[in-house]
Design a protein around this ligand. Sequence first.
Ligand SMILES: [Zn+2]
Ligand SMILES: [Zn+2]
Length: 277
Amino acid sequence: MEPSCVFYSCYLIRSLNPDYPNRVYVGSTPDPIKRLRQHNGEITQGAKKTTPYRPWEMVMLVYGFPSNLCALAFENAWQHPLESRHLKRSKCYANKDNAFGMSSKQHANLLLSKMRAVHDVLSTKPFSRWPLNIHFITPAFKCLFEAEGQGMAGILLPHHIKTTLGPLTNLPLKKFQLDKKDDPVYHNFCSMADKVPCYMCKLDVEKKNTQAFVGCLDCKMVTHLRCLASHLLLMDSDSDNELVPVKGKCPKCDTDMLWGDLIQALKKRSTWALEEQ
Ligand SMILES: [Zn+2]
Ligand SMILES: [Zn+2]
């Protein structure tokens, strides 16, 4: 089984070295605080490519990826927006950059370009369907992102993507950790009987089959993964031809549900079940 419930993030850092204004770097990491310290040489094993441009500051992070591979795919699309097949607006950038007398490649490395690029990646499938969050460290960069991202072509971010602001220590790392003690998912799982009827189809859900069901933390109803996915897709008018839902309401208690949270909980239960064998 792949490692689960780790905090995966893609980040953008900016050089504070006066010799390299506008130098930026996009990377991915499960531990942004440690990673920034590595870029700045405070701890060893920093990225060699970024050493000459120290010191660096964190500009923004995107997190909530369903897996490490998803984070890498996102990082790649963010790093190479001009080559990515996902991006329809890259041509528009190339024309604008030419107007400034810059090659597309040169312009692609500037802070503004990286902000526009991430806005595009976030609003393009498949990334626009993922349960992602954006975090900024300073208000100025948040404003810049909001102005630049929407300004270009009036493309809005998907509604489910939330933007937050604050120091790196504000990130909800706990939500992605495997600590059982205070985890409501774990307590619900423990109190569940070995077999319960699926709220949707009424057939049995087996507790030992941890990959096959999801539950509501509020009303504790349990359904097959597939039953709830079909229900949420049916209820979501934006999801024509999609296979995986983004969000919806609990069919029993009407609480808002994010598909990413449900899958996160499923992965946690699977890991606990393995540990307890
Ligand atoms: Zn069912
Ligand atoms: Zn519910």
